[in-house]
Design a protein. Structure first.
Lengths: 731, 124
């Protein structure tokens, strides 16, 4: 489906949906309605048509006819009656009355009649009115002169049968009086008499024929004679009727022949145009088929059947007077709707015809105009909408373009929209945003610059610090080196010191021993021997002290290098014992060995373990009295947390150690009895060294002793990896 | 011909004491007081046994031992390093350099005599 992607197209779609479609629908509906309305209108018009024909035209016509021809006023009646009854006296009176009444009569007839002829019941003219109008425009214009001819004398009364041919004027009996009635503008004067020849001039053959015809008419019957063209384009319609006695309607009094002005009967403003362009109004005499009046003047006087057979055929039948007939006929311009109205009183039919299609056409045209106007309006609306939407689109485009530009970096760009609507609000908001953006960017840039500045200085500072740190580091390294050096020196120092100590000691001990051997060999005096012995043993003690000091210090400071190897524990024991054998022999101490686990191997530092054993043995030796016993035993054991181990025990038969000293004796420079130990050549370091060494091997060292029961020193060492020993397990 | 023992040590008293023990045991004692003299005397006197101290000026005992052991002429001399330095590594180093034995100071003259007899055999 085509997707609407612009506001303009969206608005157009909206316009279509919300505007065009309803309008077109409405237009179509109204067109349909208008067609219906046309029908209604035609119907209405038809009804009004009929109404018009009946009311406006026919009835008015009837009224005029009634006024002018269908009703005879009293003076005329009297005149004719008296004349008919041949009552000379009454006749004279009637004549006088008539003459007196004549001005009124004529006034009332003015404008309507071109002429009026009264005849007796035989048809002989007795009175003639004639109007001559000066300026003829309509029947209301003034009459300048009216002539009235009166036939003098009683005259003969004709029977009702067809009257004989009129006698020649010369043979007429009686005298004629021509009465000239002055017109409106003139003052009334006495009647003047005219000669008889004037009457003859005034009454024409047609007049006589008409009078005679009128005499033969039935009571109440009115006959119309062809409309007669007059001077100046006027027409009159001659109407004949027999005048009967009002008291006795069967008795004929006389004949009235009236020349009514056509334009009075059929006023020009008969609204033929109301019946459309093709509409027509006509009045036709049913008896003679003569067209007495037609909205198209050229047709007046013609016969309807010849001119318009359709209409003639439509209204050929006899109809009731006063009734209107509808007929639809075909005409030269299409289907026609015709209404025929039979006039009451005269054998006339008023016909009005119209072409409904004209109205339809009008209505259709109106509908089409409607549509066209609607279309034009829509088009206009569409154009306006197009333009307006273009404006909206444009303002949005302006905003979009502005936003793009701003996005591209031009933060100084202001979006200009002056449409005073939401888009302007949007644009203003945009501009505001841009401003605040650019401000914040400016701030950021400032901050960035500051940061950069700080960075630079930071870098400098960092560099400084780094330098400082490097210097410090160098200094530290130097110090470290110095410390290491110091340490090394210290280590060296200890080694050196011990070495330095040992050097003179070596000489002392060597010479002491040499001298001792010399004197003993030479049987020297007791004192010399003894003193030499003391020197020798003290130098040995000093040596031990130095050795212990060095050893302990090394162990404590971790400077010692442990050399682990696997070896049989009994070898160490044996080596230690061997080393001290002379001492044992000298003191007469007996050594008992109880190796319960021969071949048991430990993973340990051989020399250090030997040192431990030697120390313990030396202690034992120290504290065992002469002829005492030292027992060295070794057995397997299970150490909690360390697994299988060997336990070495050195038991002496000395004085023992009080329980409260069992822990403290393993501390540096602590002795059971300081005085006693010193006397026995102890250093106070031995057990401390032993503990250090044993504990480094994750063994334990402790003493079991009671005063007077000797002392048993135990230490454990973990066994080397399990290996089945030949000789079975330790017991 | 008496068996010769070269005693190398920069401590005069130690030299004297060891020499005394050597002579008392019946052997001939030659002395050297520094490393270089030790080398010279070893090469020139062809001793049977040398007591070699480690800390000596001019040439350490290690170096003397190494050179002597490298020199086929002196390789056969029994060298006993005699030193106050009793560390494990000292002994290790000495033995690596070719020393035959390692003895710490202070020494026991009795033991020394026994050792002399053991290595050299009885004096003539």
């Amino acid at each position: 489906m085509y997707r609407l992607t612009s506001i303009r197209s969206k608005l157009f779609a909206l316009f279509l949906v919300a505007g065009v479609i309803p309008i077109i629908a409405v237009s179509l509906i109204s067109y349909a309605n208008s067609l219906r309305a046309v029908e209604d209108m035609v119907g209405n018009r038809t009804a009004r048509f009929a109404q018009t024909v009946r009311d406006d035209l026919s009835r008015k016509l009837e009224k005029r006819l009634a006024d002018r021809i269908l009703w005879v006023n009293q003076p005329v009646q009297d005149f004719l009656r008296t004349r008919a009854y041949a009552d000379p006296e009454a006749y004279e009176q009637a004549q006088d009355e008539l003459l007196q009444y004549l001005p009124q009569l004529l006034k009332s007839y003015e404008g309507f009649y071109d002429g009026l002829l009264l005849a007796d019941l035989g048809g002989k003219p007795i009175l003639r009115f004639r109007s001559s109008v000066g300026v003829e425009e309509s029947w209301t214009t003034s009459i300048t002169r009216t002539e009235m001819l009166i036939a003098e004398g009683p005259g003969s009364a004709y029977p009702d049968e067809i009257p004989p041919p009129p006698p020649s004027p010369e043979t007429r009996t009686g005298s004629l009086t021509l009465v000239q009635i002055p017109g409106r503008t003139e003052q009334p004067g006495p009647p003047r008499a005219f000669r008889a020849e004037n009457l003859a001039r005034g009454i024409s053959d047609e007049d006589r024929a008409a009078a005679r015809l009128g005499a033969r008419l039935d009571a109440g019957e009115v006959r119309a004679i062809t409309s007669i063209p007059q001077d100046g384009g006027r027409r009159t319609i001659r109407l004949l009727r027999g005048v009967n006695d009002a008291a006795d309607s069967t008795r004929r009094l006389g004949v009235m022949v009236a020349d009514l002005r056509s334009d009075y009967l059929f006023p020009d403003n008969l609204p033929a145009e109301r019946f459309g362009v093709h509409g027509e109004i006509l009045v036709v005499d049913d008896q003679t088929d003569e067209i007495l009046f037609h909205s198209r003047p050229e047709r007046i006087g013609k016969h309807l059947r010849q001119i318009d057979p359709g209409l003639a055929g439509a209204f050929g039948e006899e109809t009731e007077p006063g009734s209107a007939l509808w007929r639809e006929t075909r005409g030269p311009d299409g289907d026609r709707l015709a209404v025929g109205y039979r006039v009451a009183g005269v054998p006339w039919t008023v016909i009005a015809a119209a072409v409904p299609r004209e109205f339809q056409g009008e209505a259709q045209r109106a509908g089409v105009y409607n549509l066209l106007i609607a279309s034009a309006a829509l088009l206009l609306a569409g154009v306006v909408l197009f333009a307006a939407s273009g404006r909206i689109s444009n303002s949005i485009k302006t905003v979009t373009a502005g936003a793009r530009r701003i996005a591209a970096g031009r933060l100084d760009h202001t979006i200009r929209v002056r449409t005073h609507d939401e888009i302007q609000i949007l644009a203003d908001a945009f501009n505001q945003m841009t401003r605040s953006l650019s401000e914040s960017i400016a701030m950021r840039e400032r901050a960035a610059r500051e940061l950069e500045e700080m960075n630079r200085t930071l870098e400098d500072r960092v560099r400084e610090r780094t330098r400082a740190l490097e210097e410090l580091n160098a200094a530290l390294n130097e110090a470290n080196r110095e410390l290491k050096e110091l340490d090394r020196l210290k280590s060296n120092f200890l080694a050196t010191v011990s070495h330095e100590f040992k050097t003179p000691l070596t000489s002392i001990k060597a010479f002491a021993e040499i001298l001792l051997d010399e004197t003993q060999g030479a049987g020297g005096t007791g004192e010399v021997t003894r003193f030499l012995g003391i020197i020798h043993s003290e130098s040995e003690r000093l040596g031990r002290l130095i050795k212990n000091l060095l050893s302990l210090s090394q162990i404590e400071s971790g400077r010692i290098t442990w050399v682990f190897s696997e070896f049989a524990i009994e070898h160490v024991l044996g080596a230690a014992l061997d080393g001290l054998l002379p001492a044992f022999k000298e003191k007469g101490v007996r050594v008992v060995q109880d190796i319960a686990c021969p071949g048991a191997r430990v993973l340990a530092d051989h020399d250090r373990v030997q040192e431990v054993v030697t120390n313990l043995l030396e202690n034992a030796l120290k504290f065992t009295e002469r002829e005492g016993t030292i027992t060295v035993s070794c057995r397997a054991t299970e150490e909690p947390g360390a697994g299988e181990a060997v336990q070495v025990t050195i038991l002496d038969s000395g004085p023992g150690i009080a329980p409260d000293k069992h822990e403290t004796i393993f501390e540096r420079f602590s002795q059971v009895d300081p005085g006693d130990t010193r006397a026995k050549g102890g250093t106070g370091l031995g057990l401390a060294i032993c503990r250090e060494i044993v504990e480094h091997h994750r063994g334990r060292i402790w003493v079991e002793s009671d005063p007077g029961q000797g002392a048993a020193f135990h230490f454990t060492l973990p066994l080397a990896a399990d290996r089945p020993e030949p000789g079975g397990s330790c017991g | 011909m008496a068996k010769k023992v070269l005693v190398c040590d920069d401590e005069p008293y130690i030299v004297e004491s060891v020499s005394y023990v050597v002579r008392k045991a019946g052997y001939e004692a030659i002395v050297a007081e520094d490393g270089e003299e030790s080398l010279e005397k070893a090469r020139s006197e062809h001793p049977d046994l040398i007591f070699l101290d480690i800390m000596m000026p001019r040439l350490s005992g290690y170096e003397v031992c190494r050179r002597l052991k490298q020199d086929p002429a002196t390789r056969g001399i029994y060298i006993i390093m005699l030193t106050a330095r009793g560390q494990q590594e000292d002994e290790q180093k000495a033995l690596e350099l070719g020393a035959d034995e390692f003895m710490t100071k202070p020494f026991s003259p009795r033991k020394m005599r026994a050792k002399l007899e053991e290595v050299l055999g009885p004096p003539e």
